[in-house]
Write a protein that binds this ligand. Structure first.
Ligand code: UD1
Ligand code: UDP
Length: 379
């Protein structure tokens, strides 16, 4: 029997864990591969929530989260920590996902060792290096290093081709977030108790129309977050509405939301939800209001209108499909858009059509097959 290909999969935040657990599981189930997992724990609690539900036990945990960490300190610690793990593991290939500091440092550390890098969710581009910041540049750095680029859509593949990435390395796979969403929905179907923790809120807001809110983007810190908080305050003034807002633990987010929204009767500011509970929130919400990347992909898949509190998006597919709309962070604009969807049934229904430009739920398996083809080429 041939030696399995050793792949070191590196991640550190909640969204990376959600989007990589389907790939880790698919690689672990395939004897052609040896999957080794290194978590930076750039996030701690939110990462652990995903590891637990997905049943992933990391082989290395760098435990790097520090309160309100600077990008400089985080990136420096990531490079040193990940480099040491690479020297110990001596993998054949390295896999990273998306655009976080962990993903970028993982790609650079691999490059310093001349290890091939495989990039999941490659080719997302907004065209503006400050929106999202610093993710747009993180993605470009990874894109300039990667050997295999797993682009979720034809749009992202085209963006890579425009940057002269060799076509032979670009593969359109769909986004693994849809695999994760299918997986968690099936788990909840089999075990409804997994998402039952919202029952009290659901009972409290039984006669209300639910709006789900998330926000964490660095480029929205300061004025942007204040605009978002003000919008939520004004929306909550409507008696027919309730807002469920799992607040990101980043202190820059918490401070603004706590001071603007504490004590409002129909705003529930809660701790980050684990993935089954967030999937439940997506299913009970009439509208999602977010600056998140992943939520822009999940909401269209479920036919939930999603208003995106950003100026640009590197995920234009949801906007093109009509399920997502960019609304920025100006409170007047956000409130107008939300009220329009609440009050105009035709406007709501025009957006609320399930559309799934981001994948069919089989992206992880596709990635594994492409990797195995790659081994065949090298053998
Ligand atoms: C990071 C990513 C961003 C991604 C986001 C997903 C970078 C530069 N940013 O942003 O691309 O969209 O994660 O959520 O890689 N914290 C906790 N507990 C946690 C997680 C975070 O307390 O479980 C707090 C800590 O004080 C931490 C701070 O949040 O220092 C910021 O975390 P960090 O990973 O630097 O940035 P995010 O804003 O979460
Ligand atoms: N999510 C979650 N619990 C929450 C909020 C979000 O599980 O309380 C999930 C959500 O379903 C999506 C991912 O986290 O898959 C998005 O993460 P985040 O918004 O932190 O990061 P981004 O996608 O913007 O990088």
């Amino acid at each position: 029997m041939t030696t399995p290909l050793k792949i070191l999969i590196i991640f550190g935040t909640r969204p990376e864990a959600i989007k990589l657990f389907p790939v880790v599981k698919a690689l672990a189930a395939d004897p052609r591969f040896m999957a080794r997992v290194c978590v930076s724990a750039q996030h701690r609690g939110m990462l652990d929530q995903v590891l637990e539900i997905a049943g992933i036990m990391p082989d290395h945990d760098l435990d790097l989260m520090r309160p309100d960490q600077s990008l400089d300190a985080l990136t420096a610690a990531l490079l040193v920590g990940i480099g040491k793990v690479m020297d110990l593991e001596k993998p054949d290939r390295v896999m990273v996902q998306g655009d976080t500091a962990t993903a970028m440092a993982g790609a650079i550390a691999a490059y310093y060792r001349k290890l091939p890098v495989d990039h999941v969710e490659a080719g997302l581009r907004s065209g503006n290096i400050y929106h999202p910041w610093p993710e747009e540049v993180n993605r470009k750095v990874i894109g300039s290093i990667a050997a295999l680029h797993f682009a979720p859509t034809e749009t992202s593949a085209a963006a890579l081709r425009r940057e002269n990435v060799a076509a032979s390395g670009i593969h359109v796979t769909g986004n693994t977030v849809i695999d994760a969403l299918h997986w968690v929905s099936a788990r909840i179907g089999a075990e409804p108790g997994l998402a039952a923790g919202l029952a009290d809120l659901e009972a409290r807001f039984a006669d209300k129309r639910i709006i789900g809110v998330t926000s964490h983007r660095r480029e929205n810190f300061g004025g942007g977050l204040e605009g978002i908080a003000e919008a939520v305050r004004q929306i909550a003034a409507r008696p027919d509405v309730a807002i469920i807002f799992p607040v990101h633990p980043n202190p820059n987010v918490r401070a603004v939301m706590d001071s603007a929204l504490a004590g409002l009767a129909n705003v529930a500011m809660i701790e980050p939800l684990d993935y089954p509970h967030f999937a439940r929130l997506l299913s009970i919400a009439e509208i999602m209001l977010t600056d998140s990347g992943g939520v822009q992909e999940e909401a269209p898949a479920l036919g939930k209108p999603v208003l995106v509190m950003r100026e640009t998006t590197e995920r234009p597919e949801g906007v093109e499909a009509g399920t997502a709309r960019l609304v920025g962070t100006d409170p007047a604009r956000i409130v107008t858009e939300i009220f329009n969807l609440l009050d105009d049934k035709a406007a709501y229904e025009a957006m609320a059509r399930a559309h799934n430009p981001f994948g069919d739920g089989h992206s992880a398996q596709r990635i594994v097959e492409i990797l195995s083809h790659e081994i065949g080429q090298q053998a």
